[in-house]
Design a protein around this ligand. Structure first.
Ligand code: SAH
Ligand code: F3S
Length: 455
């Protein structure tokens, strides 16, 4: 015992979940977690490439951490620095070339093999790396009591992606898509339910293609699964068998999102009223250049199917502005799509090239100024829509999973609604990890405020 790991996580829920998995593997090797860098024997950065210049940020962050350590504990031996996540996978041994401090590079599929890497370091290897990607890679399965996340538990259902959208690095950093056997997923959900989790998130780069192209891994593959179980069917099983009151899933992909999913959501109370369905653009030519595999019309058809649900489902999305070749007219179609869909939340990204992706070779004709201008226009439109969408909640009572203290006020709790909106409300009794009924009294641009009416 008594070794310590300091871990920083960037990016999506998948990364948060990978960090839990790494922490679990390390605890088996005698590492406890610490939030103090100067106590750490191992510093792990779990990286994300959604934002630009992700690799450069790794070096900057390592230097900052080194400075913090030398301030706190002068003369102390430096910890081992390790990089995991998408930057580790994409940059591989280039990380060693650029930073002498990095001693370990662990690719996105290497977490189960973390003990081998640590063993090699113990044996005296100066630098260790595992960036192997395989179509056959096993899923690392976490037990219910090995989790870091207190109130929401993540469950991987697929890993990797086969879509190869022309701007996206994920297929290169996470490999080919694989699906986990449904029985395993359902078992995991059940044990989390027994453990008392009130909310689970089913995770995948594209959850809707669950079982379609994917290989299954692990034992226990049932006949039904070899015949190919769909996402809608999986969702229904998790809803029926898990005993968890709130179930969410992300990310959805327009081409694979079907009406059957909405039908299953309608049928089960514990499937939450939220769909994250990124469009990326509202213009058909740009969508084609992005290789998204659907048209604006087809996207809107999916949105209409969601809106026809008997539940009041909140829709969120992602948009990219300034994709190579995007004209003012093309962009105006993104604006009109956003106005038409009326998203409850939208992540807007300025396009930037990622290594190895097809779009990186397209002439990047859009200037930074134009990208920023479009970004601000779209953000302004979304802010106005979001205000209206949020104001609908005033006077309504919503169910909130109490996840922690508000960052703004220590006398407020914070949590999410079933439709995934942040709600803050004054503490009335000990509610951490429990579901509260909160009457909404006020809205801000990205959150709701209210008072608890009953537990
Ligand atoms: N399907 C994945 C998408 C991961 S990337 C998921 O699980 O959510 C998240 C978002 O980042 C994408 O939807 C896209 O809007 C944005 N993005 C990805 N690559 C980008 C790039 N090269 N430039 C700008 N934005 C990008
Ligand atoms: Fe990326 Fe497209 Fe897959 S955005 S994760 S390649 S669906």
């Amino acid at each position: 015992m008594n070794k310590k790991v300091y871990l920083e996580t960037y990016g999506c829920q998948m990364n948060v979940h990978d960090s839990e998995k790494a922490t679990y593997m390390l605890s088996d090797l005698g590492y406890a977690q610490t939030s103090e860098v100067d106590e750490a024997d191992l510093v792990l950065l779990n990286t994300c490439m959604v934002r630009e210049k992700a690799a450069r940020k790794v070096y900057t962050r390592i230097n900052e951490i080194k400075r913090d350590i030398s301030k706190a504990a002068r003369g102390k031996k430096l910890p081992v620095f390790g990089v995991m996540g998408c930057v580790a996978q994409a940059e591989a041994d280039r990380l060693f070339e650029r930073s002498r401090d990095i001693k370990m590079v662990m690719g996105t599929q290497a977490i189960p093999r973390l003990p081998n890497l640590m063993e090699q370091l113990d044996k005296g290897f100066d630098r260790v790396i595992d960036v192997r990607l395989s179509k056959e890679a096993e899923f690392l399965e976490l037990q219910a009591d090995n989790r870091q996340t207190k109130h929401i538990a993540y469950i991987t259902i697929t890993e990797g992606c086969n879509k190869f959208c022309s701007f996206c690095i994920v297929p290169f950093t996470r490999g080919r898509e694989r699906s986990r056997p449904a029985d395993r997923i359902v078992e995991e959900a059940k044990s989390l339910g027994k453990q008392g989790y009130q909310e689970i998130h089913l995770l995948g780069q594209n959850v809707n293609s669950y079982g379609l192209s994917g290989r299954y891994h692990g034992n226990l593959v049932s006949a039904e699964e070899s015949a190919g179980i769909t996402f809608a069917r999986l969702l229904a099983r998790v809803a029926e068998e898990s005993g968890v009151p709130r179930i969410k899933f992300t990310t959805s992909y327009p081409r694979d999102f079907d009406d059957e999913i909405v039908r299953v959501m309608d049928e089960h109370d514990n499937l939450c009223e939220w769909v994250h369905l990124p469009a990326q653009s509202g213009n058909d030519r740009v969508l084609r250049a992005m290789r998204r595999g659907y048209t604006r019309r087809e996207y809107i058809d999916k949105i209409e199917a969601i809106k026809r649900s008997k539940k009041d489902i909140a829709i969120t999305g992602d948009m990219i502005v300034g994709f190579p070749g995007e004209t003012d007219d093309d962009f105006s179609e993104t604006m009109s799509l956003v106005a038409e869909v009326e998203y409850d939340g939208l992540y807007i990204f300025k396009y930037s090239p990622r290594p190895r992706t097809p779009a990186a070779a397209y002439a990047d004709s859009i200037t930074e100024e134009v990208k920023t201008e479009r970004f601000l226009m779209l953000q302004d439109l979304q802010d106005r829509i979001q205000k209206r969408r949020y104001e609908r909640y005033i006077g309504r009572t919503v169910e909130v999973l109490v996840e922690g203290m508000s960052s703004r006020s220590s006398s407020d709790y914070t949590g999410h609604t079933r439709c995934n909106k942040v709600v803050n409300f004054p503490i009335a009794s000990d509610m951490l990890g429990r579901l509260a009924q909160v009457k909404v009294t006020e809205v801000k641009s990205h959150s709701l405020y209210g008072v608890m009416v009953k537990a």
